[in-house]
Design a protein around this ligand. Structure first.
Ligand code: SF4
Length: 332
């Protein structure tokens, strides 16, 4: 893991943000490319947000990239481009929570700060055989207290300890089928002694998945596709063909025409028959691809453009990439 070979707080910070909600194997190539494009805090702060989102495209949870970019600008503005080593100053940066603060400052500066995420919480719950769930605030308090009480004295060993805990949770004490025979803390682990490691932590109730129906219009011109920049809470700033969410039984053609009119567009629409399934957190989206031909010119608006959805400098949604593949198949 390339981020284990550095004590540079900026690089460790980028890795910790990427590794939230993303597996190591997925994050590694993104991490390498991201640092080639933005090798230090100044490079990240100076880059347009769109370039940062383009580097992040495919990793998901784009709020992480937005916060990292805003935080880099804050570091340049308020701290002369030096990542603060003071815990309160670092924790005040956008997107930096207690876990990120502990990880970055303990690994880069040996600060005596604990880390606690799902992996580490699972190790503690099993090691102590206590039914503690990180998602429950009262349990989280106990887990943090446990994490802090076990820390070694300040120095490089704190970073090593925290990284060892993260790795233990990620690679040995896995959610299912933990590899207890290879575990270095097996002799002290109460859940192992009880023979029921998987009973800890107790399984949290899952949020029910919500089915979403969406219609999108695919309009091509000279090998490029009409894309609109998304607004709102979800995937804001990313590019996607114009589309609408459909209510129960709502007619897709009528809804799409209405949406296009609101964008100042008119188009002839044909249902391609292609349906693309896509999941974002708890939303399972089925997108209907409608192929369109523009009637008249497309208005000049900053949030609308004809572009190649595969262009490296364009941040498109994962759904757009899937739709582009279906389009390729239809024309083969
Ligand atoms: S002995 Fe097993 S359950 Fe206990 S910490 Fe190690 S891997 Fe996890």
């Amino acid at each position: 893991m390339p981020w284990r070979e550095t004590r540079d707080p900026y690089r460790i910070w980028v890795s910790e943000i990427m590794l939230q909600q993303t597996q190591v194997t997925t994050a590694t190539p993104y991490y390498t490319r991201f640092l080639q494009s933005f090798p230090d805090v100044h490079a990240l702060a100076d880059a347009p947000l769109e370039s940062v989102l383009a580097q992040w495209a495919g990793l998901g949870y784009y709020r992480r990239a937005r916060c990292l970019h805003a935080a880099a600008q804050h570091v340049v503005r308020e701290h002369g481009g030096v990542v603060p080593r003071d815990a309160a100053a670092f924790a005040a940066l956008p997107g930096v929570g207690r876990y990120t603060m502990g990880a970055v400052l303990s690994i880069s500066h040996g600060a005596r700060l604990a880390v606690l995420d799902g992996n580490v919480g699972r190790v503690f719950a099993r090691w102590s055989a206590r039914p503690l769930q990180l998602k429950r605030p009262a349990d989280a308090k106990q887990l943090w207290a446990m994490a802090e009480s076990l820390l070694p004295p300040a120095g490089p060993q704190v970073g090593d300890w925290n990284q060892a805990l993260m790795e233990l949770g990620a690679t040995v004490c896995t959610p299912r089928a933990p590899r207890c025979e290879e575990c270095p803390v097996r002799a002290q682990c109460r859940a192992h002694a009880l023979g029921t490691p998987e009973a800890f932590p107790p399984v949290a109730a899952r949020r029910d998945s919500v089915a979403v129906r969406r219609a999108v219009v695919w309009i091509e011109r000279a090998g490029r596709v009409l894309l609109a920049q998304r607004e709102g809470a979800l995937l804001a700033g990313l590019w996607e063909p114009p589309g609408v969410e459909l209510g129960p039984g709502e007619d897709a053609r009528t809804a799409l025409k209405r949406h296009l009119r609101a964008l100042g567009l008119r188009a002839r629409l044909t249902d391609s028959g292609v349906r693309v399934k896509h999941t974002i957190t708890y939303r399972t989206i089925v997108a209907e691809r409608w192929d369109g031909t523009l009637v008249g010119a497309a208005p000049r608006r900053p949030a609308l453009r004809f572009a190649d959805p595969a262009a490296a400098d364009l941040a498109v949604t994962a759904l757009t990439a899937k739709l582009a593949k279906t389009r390729q198949k239809s024309s083969e």
